[in-house]
Design a protein around this ligand. Structure first.
Ligand code: R5P
Length: 296
C-alpha cells in the first residue's frame, strides 16, 4: 500500500500538519469554497493514495460534518479504500439520552453517521458519561477514545505546584483521577446542578481549601460557567491560587473573561482546539495511536 496522506479542512491546517510531521507523511488541505448562500464546493486531491488520514477536530461541527461528508464521498470513487478520521474533539457526545420526550440523542446519531463514513476513528476524551466504550456509539472495530490525562498530568507535574485537583462534577472523575494518579496529587469532586446552558450551581466537597493551590480539571470548557462557578466557590472557601486544566478549549464568546473574573489565574489547555490557552501538544500521542492502527 502507498504511504497515507494527511488532510484537513482549511480551519485545521496547523494541527493536521503537526500530526503529519509526527507521522512523517505528507499533508494537503481539502479545498472549501463557500457560496453566498452558505453551501460549499469541496475539492479533494485528485489522485489520492489508497489510505487517507483526515485530521479534523469537530468543534463548531455543523458545517464541518457536511464538508467531511462531501470530501469522503469524493475520495472513495478516486480510489481511497481506507479513511481514518482523527477527530481530537468529537462533537455531539454530551447529549447521550433524551432528557425530554422527542429529543434527538445526538451521541448515537452522529456516532452512527461517522461510522458509516470512515473506517477508523481516533478521538480524545470523548464525553462518555453513561457508556463505557466509544464503540457503543461509533460502531467501528477501530473506534478509539484516547485519554489526554497522562499528558496533562505530565504538564502539571512540571509546574511544581503541589496542587489539590478538583473536578467540578461527578462526570469529571474519570479525568481528575487519572491526572491525580500520575502526580500523586490530592483530588476531590464537587457536585454540579445545571439549571440552564449558562446557569450552574456548584457545591464544594467538605474539605479545607484554605490557602491551597487548586487546579480545576475538566474535559471541556464551553460557556465557562462550570469552572467559573467552581472558582467563585473556591474563592469564598479561601483557596490560595485557582488554576484550570482542560482538554478541549471550546471557549464560547466571553468564556475566557468569565474565568478571569471568577479568579482563575492560570488556564492551561491541550492544542486540539486552537485557543490562546493552548500549552499542551497532543500530536505525538495521536501519531503513536495512528501508527499502532497501521501495524494491525
Ligand atoms: C459537562 O458535563 C462537561 O464535562 C463540562 O463540565 C461542561 O460541558 C462545561 O460546559 P460549560 O463550560 O458551558 O459550563
Amino acid at each position: 500500500m502507498t504511504t497515507p496522506l494527511v488532510v484537513s479542512l482549511p480551519n485545521y491546517i496547523e494541527p493536521a500538519q503537526r500530526l503529519a510531521n509526527s507521522l512523517g507523511y505528507d499533508y494537503q488541505v481539502i479545498g472549501v469554497h463557500r457560496f453566498p448562500d452558505g453551501e460549499c464546493r469541496i475539492s479533494v486531491p485528485p489522485h489520492p493514495p489508497a489510505h487517507i488520514i483526515i485530521c479534523q477536530s469537530l468543534d463548531h461541527p455543523n458545517e464541518k460534518l457536511v464538508e467531511l461528508l462531501l470530501a469522503i464521498k469524493a475520495l472513495r470513487p478516486a480510489g481511497v479504500r481506507r479513511v481514518s478520521l482523527v477527530a481530537p474533539y468529537l462533537c455531539y457526545m454530551r447529549q447521550d439520552k433524551a432528557f425530554s420526550p422527542g429529543e434527538a440523542v445526538s451521541q448515537v446519531i452522529i456516532g452512527g453517521f461517522l461510522a458509516e463514513l470512515v473506517d477508523d476513528l481516533i478521538t480524545v476524551d470523548a464525553h462518555l458519561h453513561r457508556i463505557d466504550m466509544l464503540q457503543h456509539v461509533v460502531p467501528l472495530k477501530n473506534a478509539i477514545n484516547l485519554s489526554a490525562a497522562p499528558v496533562l498530568g505530565e504538564f502539571l507535574l512540571q509546574q511544581d505546584l503541589h496542587p489539590l485537583l478538583l473536578g467540578p462534577d461527578s462526570e469529571s472523575q474519570q479525568w481528575v483521577q487519572q491526572v491525580a494518579d500520575l502526580g500523586d496529587f490530592d483530588w476531590a469532586l464537587a457536585e454540579k446542578q445545571r439549571n440552564s446552558d449558562v446557569n450552574v450551581r456548584i457545591t464544594l466537597p467538605d474539605l479545607s481549601f484554605h490557602n491551597r493551590v487548586v487546579v480545576l480539571v475538566d474535559d471541556v470548557i464551553s460557556s465557562g460557567n462550570t469552572v467559573a462557578q467552581a472558582a467563585r466557590e473556591l474563592g469564598q472557601a479561601g483557596a490560595g491560587k485557582i488554576c484550570c486544566l482542560v482538554t478541549h478549549a471550546l471557549f464560547a464568546d466571553g468564556a475566557l473573561e468569565l474565568l478571569h473574573q471568577a479568579g482563575i489565574r492560570d488556564i492551561w489547555s491541550s492544542d486540539i482546539i486552537a485557543h490562546q490557552s493552548n500549552v499542551i501538544p497532543l500530536a505525538d500521542m495521536l501519531a503513536e495511536q495512528m501508527q499502532t492502527l497501521l501495524m494491525d
